[in-house]
Design a protein around this ligand. Structure first.
Ligand code: ATP
Ligand code: MG
Length: 361
């Protein structure tokens, strides 16, 4: 019994000489550089994770860390050197070529970075491409392609050529193509990376908006941590072929697994990621609840929490769906969480409300 839609178990992909031997060496603790010296490239090393239906799982890492290779083993475009991939519990690594093509045509869609549109086909035919591969009759595939294009904000553009569209619009045709097939699993490899920052943000918003109704299962590759944190329900950070941390944006921001991850998160805007549940003090006293003032939910974003805190004369109470107070957020905690490190409190002889700030002589 499994609840994961797609699952990787101790997955390895080694290119070059004697891949099986290389896996053994990696299991014994060899690293990528040692193997490179021996003539093989360990692109993916011992990757394990499970993606739940409806989840957006982001794989983040620098160029060459193994993201695209990992993604290609998930839909069988690459055969793993060792380990397993399960799709709805079915072992993809055990399937023959024909069965694998079937799964790829019907159940899994891929959206690439560089649009990958056919220049000599209309926008509609491009969006219908996956359906044509599935053998869906023309009338039906055009209807479904038009629906998918409309979902992606491209109604009215069906009869244009790809090169008549902007980069952002072309990328949306790629997304429409993936959505038109009804495949539940979307694999997106740096799908928004070639876009201007504003258009990129737009596409991120659009994906999140679509996801509210479509509930696809998405594995999204990016080298941009801000994008990862905006989109991902969970994020896996890859370094030199290995997944070094998997967690929510808050987990990664507040508890980076090592110095490498910590160096990544330096530039992240914390106020966009943190929510009340991460910031609150969970030691709640009985008298901190029922004053009748406005409260926050555990998922309230940091910026809203700040606004609420500014309007209240006491700490914000965080209440769950059952109206139980699960934490409180004093103003000082809000300020503290914006910094990189919390640090120890500094003892001061002057009680806070009597304190006067005076210039030093
Ligand atoms: N077909 C191949 N043959 C040999 N080596 C390969 C092959 N594909 C990838 N590699 C190597 O595997 C490593 C990981 O490559 P991969 O493309 O998965 O990285 P990536 O994280 O997607 O990088 P980028 O962000 O640049 O797209 C790299 O060292 C690359 O050179
Ligand atoms: Mg790549």
């Amino acid at each position: 019994m499994t609840t994961a839609r797609i699952e990787a178990e101790h997955l390895y992909k080694v290119f070059g000489r004697r891949p099986d031997q290389a896996v053994e060496r990696l299991e014994q603790g060899a690293d990528r550089d040692e193997l490179r010296a021996e003539g093989s490239t360990a692109a993916v090393i011992d990757a394990s994770f499970a993606v739940a239906p409806g989840e957006i799982f982001v794989v983040m890492g620098l160029s060459g860390s193994g993201k695209s290779t990992l993604l290609r083993t998930l839909n069988g475009l690459l055969t793993p050197t060792a380990g397993r991939v399960r799709f709805d519990g079915q072992d993809l690594t055990a399937l023959g070529d024909r069965e694998l093509r079937e799964v790829r045509a019907n159940k899994i869609s891929m959206v690439f970075q560089h649009f990958a549109l056919f220049p000599h086909r209309s926008v509609r035919d491009n969006a219908a491409y996956g359906l044509a591969v599935q053998g869906v009759p023309r009338a039906e595939r055009e209807r479904r392609a038009d629906e998918a294009l409309a979902l992606c904000g491209l109604a009215g553009w069906e009869d244009f050529w790809p090169d008549e569209l902007s980069g952002g619009m072309q990328q949306r045709v790629g997304l429409a193509r993936a959505l038109a097939t009804d495949a539940d699993l979307l694999l997106m490899d740096e799908s928004f990376s070639a876009l201007d920052p504003l258009i990129r943000r737009d596409m991120q918003d659009q994906l999140l908006e679509l996801q509210k109704t479509l509930h696809k299962t998405i594995v999204f590759i990016t080298h941009d941590l801000n994008e990862a944190m905006r989109l991902g329900d969970r994020i896996a950070v890859m370094r030199d072929g290995r997944i070094v941390q998997t967690g929510t944006a808050e987990d990664i921001l507040l508890r980076p697994a090592d110095d490498y991850v910590a160096s990544f998160i330096q530039d992240v805007d914390r106020s966009r990621v943190l929510t009340a549940s991460a910031v609150m003090d969970t030691e709640v006293r009985g008298d901190e609840a029922d004053c009748g003032c406005e409260t926050a939910a555990p998922g309230t974003p940091f910026t809203e929490l700040c606004a609420l805190s500014a309007r209240l004369s006491h700490p914000v109470a965080v209440v769950d769906a059952g109206r139980t107070v699960v934490g409180v957020v004093p103003e000082s905690r809000l300020v503290g969480f914006l910094g990189d490190e919390q640090g120890d409190p500094i003892a001061c002889d002057h009680p806070r409300d009597e304190r006067k700030v005076t210039a030093r002589a």
